[in-house]
Write a protein that binds this ligand. Structure first.
Ligand SMILES: [Zn+2]
Length: 363
């Protein structure tokens, strides 16, 4: 058993971390509170030994264990080896030596709430501690706390997006409850932004929620999105979509768009503001609003209650990817969803050089 546990120095641990190894600090919470090696997972030894698969994705994943001086981490490594983990390293001298050698430490200590709450994210190499901190520092602005905004906001709160602003002018109506899952029977008649904030805080008290009970208009749109990292369009009318699109292009904000009607939905990411000339905007897709008969809203046409749930969660997914900088976004593609046939399809959205908003000829 011994020969599958390798002793390493703290400095070696730092370079192995850079190559993707997972560093776990098995000391107790009160010790963690006094400081941690940078990007270490703080998991007390008893908790780790009780349920290691909750924290370590694969039995052959490279795992570096550290404690105060190197004793407890060695015992933890032996336990993990007995459980079948095969790629284990013990940091000699522990956090004492780490500190003496002035190796990088956490500025903001990861508290136990962070480690437990986001445990499933921390297991993903594409997210990890660095990604989860990005989410925690990010600011997403949601236009609308209705059918699309509700599921999007709920999951963004759960995912740990640290700053969320919601703007909505409406009060909760009984007919909303069939799909707007942030609101409950008890919140009928109260502002949607209040009901939304209460539900999100109940789910994740770590995050900051700013609300504005207002309608988006030309006077407030720029200040509302000014310090957003991502903007999510959960509105249900064309004037708001154009207003938001134009402001996002002007202020270089990625815009995650979706719309639903009856049994179908569509969505895209419009990133023309940051990628002028190579990514389209909403007006490249729809230069003009269709007239009312061609484009009834949900109140007029009806909508299957689960549909905005599907599309809103896809919006949240794109927003999270943009913040983490992972994968490919829907920029330049229109995703269409038909619930009745259960089919997703995709259209390419070319950049319109004559676009009245982002067209090169306008600048
Ligand atoms: Zn455009």
């Amino acid at each position: 058993m011994k020969n599958i546990i390798t002793d390493i120095t703290p400095a070696q641990a730092v370079s192995m971390q850079a190559d993707g190894a997972m560093l776990i600090d098995v000391r107790e919470p009160d010790e963690h509170a006094l400081g941690l090696p940078r990007n270490a997972l703080a998991i007390p030894r008893a908790r780790l030994e009780q349920d290691p698969t909750a924290y370590i994705p694969n039995y052959d994943h490279k795992v570096l264990l550290i404690c105060g001086s190197g004793m407890r981490s060695m015992l933890a490594a032996e336990k993990l080896a007995a459980l079948g983990y095969s790629n284990l390293f013990n940091v000699l001298g522990g956090f004492q030596r780490w500190s003496t050698e002035q190796l990088p430490r956490e500025d903001n200590n990861l508290d136990q709430d962070f480690t437990e709450r986001y445990a499933r994210h921390l297991r993903l190499p594409q997210v990890g501690i660095a990604g989860q901190k990005k989410l925690e520092q990010a600011h997403i602005v949601l236009i609308g706390a209705g059918g699309l905004g509700s599921p999007a906001a709920y999951y963004l709160a759960a995912a740990g997006v640290g700053n969320i602003t919601i703007i909505d002018n409406d009060l909760v109506d009984k007919s909303n409850l069939q799909r707007q899952i942030l609101h409950t029977e008890a919140s009928i008649g109260s502002p949607k932004v209040d009901s939304a904030a209460a539900s999100m805080h109940a789910l994740n008290p770590r995050i900051k929620i700013r609300t504005q009970q207002a309608r988006l208009d030309t006077d407030n749109v720029r200040s509302i999105i000014a310090d957003a990292d991502v903007v999510i369009d959960g509105s249900d009318n064309f004037p708001t979509r154009y207003l938001l699109n134009d402001a996002c292009v002007e202020l270089a904000k990625p815009l995650v768009y979706a719309a639903v009607q009856r049994f179908s939905g569509q969505m895209s990411v419009f990133d023309a503001g940051r990628q002028r000339g190579s990514a389209p905007c909403y007006r490249c897709l729809f230069p003009e609003a269709p007239n009312g008969e061609d484009a009834p809203n949900c109140a007029e046409a009806g909508v299957l209650g689960v549909l905005p749930g599907v599309m809103g969660l896809l919006q949240a997914t794109e927003a999270i990817k943009i913040i983490l900088g992972i994968g490919q976004t829907l920029s330049g593609r229109l995703l269409q969803f038909d619930a009745l046939s259960m089919r997703f399809s995709e259209l390419r959205i070319p950049v319109d050089e004559e676009c009245p908003c982002c067209g090169i000829s306008n600048h």
